[in-house]
Design a protein around this ligand. Structure first.
Ligand code: FAD
Length: 470
């Protein structure tokens, strides 16, 4: 009699609708959102519908030492959620586990399964005027398990913090298949180590998150959004500081948008340049609250007038309707997509102390232009928390392959400058396979050793996302 293989055991467990093993069916789960890097081959794509199924799959893999790649919406940009080329890894995709288990309107929390898409969660919460305040360009695909596993940031960190600040509890299937039940609606719980923190930002290296209890806020009812032309990049932190004091708790986003980014979104995605007199760098500023709209518009106008008088900004537009607001955000949210259409890129997701942002951008721009004359530089993103996507595009006459040969030198030049500014090589996208070399270089030895000790203690057979992060 032929012995039943571990993959057959998983197929039997999940039934015919619960797995994919044909090449054309597996392919969408094997390739990343961006480009060709990290496009691998899975032994099987498992699509469980319950925690019990996840536990059983993990137990089989643990027993037979089969590597597992947990996967959510597959929008991570660092090669953490796709299988390697070996064809031996199983993709454990959580997308069919997407139920809202409970909403607590008094404690302002929701317990939701890991496969729920962020936008879908917020659509469902809107019925109760509640909101989970993580706002990212990939919200139509990114899932709660992915968000927690990458400690996603986004445009509202300035007000609400990163995902970590909003996670109250987790349910995790550990590498041996046992269930770690840490779901909790409690705002206070000082009973030893806060174990959930280990799994937030762990990028699937310590187990599978199957559900989370998340902290909510009242859904804003009023918005004011401005798109402002900076007379100098140096003015971004100065304006931010003024905004923190004048706009107070209503300030929710402060995003840097370079002129080139607007041009690319207009060119590839049919947007319209919002300003008559754009400058090299612009700011997208947003206020929101559960208040009268007039309160926000008075506050914003009173804030902007002195900025014009002091020549900190030279042009600006205020969104006068929900449609105009959406048009401004469309530009900001589609920069990555427009870049992707424009050509070969080298991407960064760095963070430096906010007041170092202008110096970082200036120094890094000089360094990369020296290495690759004509390189197109697009530093954009969350200047409100110091997180800049310092993205580099091939010079127009250079072929993509020739440009990408410069990638190692460009990375080293930029990361050395980040390090000098006491910054981090990854603000929000994580390490995955893309940045594990740099993690080894720039993270301190004691910190790396402690991380390895934790990995070894929890995933002693190294089954979860091997070769990612470390
Ligand atoms: C257009 C665009 C804009 C983006 N903007 C932002 C932004 O502003 N801020 C930001 O932080 N990120 C941003 N991202 C990156 C990405 O969307 C986030 O990292 C997101 O949190 C990933 O969620 P996901 O469900 O797609 O996870 P995946 O890509 O599927 O997985 C990401 C990592 O988490 C692990 N993982 C996934 N699910 C689980 C689980 N249930 N248990 C354990 N491990 C798991 C995977 O193994 C992988 O290592 C953007 C991406 C795109 C494409």
């Amino acid at each position: 009699m032929t012995p039943i293989t571990p993959l057959d055991q998983i197929r039997t467990l999940l039934g015919s609708s619960g797995f994919l093993d044909q090449p054309q069916d597996k392919e969408p789960y094997e390739k990343p959102w961006r480009g060709k890097d990290f496009h691998g081959k899975a032994a099987l794509v498992a699509l469980p519908t319950s925690v019990e199924q996840v536990q059983k799959i993990v137990k089989i893999c643990h027993h037979h030492r089969i590597p597992i790649v947990p996967q959510g919406g597959n929008t991570g940009l660092v090669g953490g959620s796709t299988p390697d080329e070996s064809g031996s890894e199983i993709v454990l995709n959580l997308s069919r586990m997407k139920r809202l288990r409970t909403v607590d309107p008094i404690g302002m929390s929701v317990t939701v399964e890991a496969g729920c898409v962020l936008a879908s969660l917020n659509d469902q919460l809107a019925e109760q005027n509640l909101w989970f305040p993580v706002s990212i360009g990939s919200e139509g695909s990114a899932e709660i398990g992915g968000l927690v596993s990458t400690n996603a940031g986004g445009v509202n960190v300035i007000k609400y913090g990163t995902t970590r600040q909003l996670v109250m509890g987790l349910e995790v299937v550990l590498p041996d298949g046992s269930l770690l039940e840490l779901l909790s609606p409690l705002k206070k719980d000082n009973t030893g180590y806060d174990l959930k923190q280990l799994f937030i930002g762990a990028e699937g290296t310590l187990g599978v998150i199957t559900a989370a209890t998340l902290s909510l806020v009242a859904k804003p009812t009023a918005y004011q959004t401005a798109f402002l032309a900076l007379s100098s990049l140096e003015h971004a932190p100065i304006i931010l500081q003024k905004a923190m004091h004048r706009l107070r708790e209503y300030l929710v986003a402060c995003e840097l948008v370079p002129r080139l980014a607007v041009e690319l979104v207009c060119k590839h995605l049919g947007a319209t340049q919002p300003l008559q007199n754009p400058t090299d760098y612009m700011l997208l500023l947003e206020l929101s609250g559960t208040c009268e709209e007039s309160l926000l518009s008075n506050l914003l106008q009173g804030f902007l007038e002195p900025l014009f008088e002091e020549n900190l900004i030279t042009d600006g537009v205020l969104a006068e309707s929900g449609k105009q607001r959406a048009q401004l955000w469309h530009i900001r949210d589609h920069i990555s997509e427009a870049e992707k259409k424009e050509g070969a890129m080298v991407n960064f997701d760095i963070t430096v102390p906010i007041d170092h942002v202008p110096a970082f951008i200036t120094e890094a721009s000089t360094a990369v232009s020296t290495l690759v004359p004509g390189i197109r530089i697009l530093p954009f993103g969350h200047v409100g928390d110091g997180n800049i996507h310092f993205n580099l595009l091939e010079p127009t006459p250079l072929a993509p392959t020739a440009f990408l040969t410069h990638k190692p030198a460009l990375k080293k030049a930029v990361y050395d400058i980040v390090h000098r500014h006491q910054g981090s090589i990854s603000a929000e996208h994580g390490i995955g396979r893309e940045r594990k070399g740099e993690l080894a270089t720039y993270k301190s030895t004691p910190a790396l050793e402690l991380m390895r000790t934790i990995k070894q203690a929890i995933d002693y057979y190294g089954v979860f996302n091997p070769g990612r992060v470390f």
